[in-house]
Design a protein around this ligand. Structure first.
Ligand code: CUA
Length: 347
């Protein structure tokens, strides 16, 4: 009963709707504002859904009306297309309703923005600094004594930002070279880090977990790899993380680390092991460039890779793993200690 043209039009509309729905479904999986995990992201998602539903209703009414009128009053054999001019009720309706909608959206957006931009409230429980540079984020924890290092500076982490669950965290942004943008979609907030200018936002995670984020301002070749991993710890775990992170950082700046490195490089170790960035280039034993990040070494005989296990291993390898090719070099306790302290910095 429909003409070819109408059938083609209906087909195109159906295809567009299917494409829209399937792309929305695909996005539902990733880091996306529609998966809010904090109050700020929820504020954005609420606004998004209110506007989305309103837009769908408007779309249905307007396009439904156009399609209905186009079909019902169209010209066809035996019928002349009807012409309509002026209808006060309709014209008032489609002036007043959109005006009310736009004003409501403005007020709602204003309220949400006020909430989102409130980085200086007394409810802020933690302050962290984030610096963007090509192509990495560095996070510093300069406002708590527990993050103070041996040399008087404060802990820094790269790529990973650690916070506690349920705490409102102010993130103070800066940029070293070009403009970057901080964004962790499911936690909310997105703010540019601009060279020479201080900007800030706040974040809060409602559940423990790891949330993915990304630099969102094109900043050069490495832009796509400028990732953020936000780790939200339960309060009870955060202390343990902080103590371990500070211990790690202290180890790396400790003069002992240099002694350990020199000891390692002066002994037979270098004949078998490679540590990139040093003169150790041996190929017989396993590479140790990232030994401190490995889950285990010596084929699983030393696991996990921590200070105690490494100490036992370096002190007397055959005692830990009979038959190993690494002999007991009868190192002094001091030598073993120094070497292990250095190995633990190889991440
Ligand atoms: Cu940094 Cu894009």
């Amino acid at each position: 009963m429909f003409s070819v043209r109408i059938r083609v039009a209906l087909g195109v509309i159906t295809a567009l709707v299917i494409a829209l729905l399937s792309s929305t479904a695909a996005l539902a999986d990733g880091p996306w504002p529609n998966d809010p995990q904090g109050p700020q992201a929820k504020a954005v998602a609420d606004l998004y859904w209110i506007m989305f539903v309103a837009a769908v209703v408007v779309l249905a009414i307007v396009d439904g009306g156009i399609i209905y009128a186009g079909i019902k009053f169209r010209e066809r054999p035996g019928h002349v297309a009807k012409q309509f001019h002026g209808n006060n009720f309709l014209e008032l309706t489609w002036t007043i309703v959109p005006t009310i909608m736009v004003v409501s959206f403005s007020v709602l957006s204003w309220q949400k923005l006020d909430f989102i931009n409130n980085t200086r409230g007394s409810d802020v429980g933690m302050v962290i600094q984030a610096q963007g540079q090509q192509w990495q984020w560095t996070f510093s924890y300069p406002h708590e004594d527990r993050f103070k290092l041996l040399d008087g500076t404060y802990l820094q982490t790269s790529e990973e930002l650690h916070i506690t669950v349920g705490t409102k965290v102010r993130v103070e942004l800066s940029a070293k070279d070009v403009i970057h943008s901080f964004w962790v979609p499911s936690i909310g907030g997105k703010k540019d880090a601009v060279p020479g200018r201080a900007t800030e936002l706040w974040i809060q995670a409602d559940k423990p977990g790891t949330y993915k984020g990304q630099c969102l301002e094109f900043c050069g070749d490495g832009h796509a790899d400028m990732l953020i991993t936000l780790v939200a710890h339960p309060v009870s775990d955060y202390d343990a993380w902080a103590v371990a992170a500070v211990k790690d950082a202290n180890r790396a700046i400790d003069p002992l680390t240099k002694v350990g490195r020199d000891t390692f490089l002066s002994l037979a170790c270098v004949g078998c092991h490679t540590v990139k960035g040093t003169t150790a280039g041996g190929k017989i034993g396993p590479e140790l460039t990232h030994v401190a990040s490995q889950k285990s070494i010596a084929g699983g005989a030393v696991s996990p890779v921590n200070e105690d296990n490494l100490t036992r291993w370096v002190k007397n390898p055959p005692a830990v793993k009979p038959g190993t090719k690494m002999p007991n070099y009868n190192l002094s306790d001091q030598q073993v200690h120094d070497i292990v302290q250095w190995l633990l910095t190889l991440k």
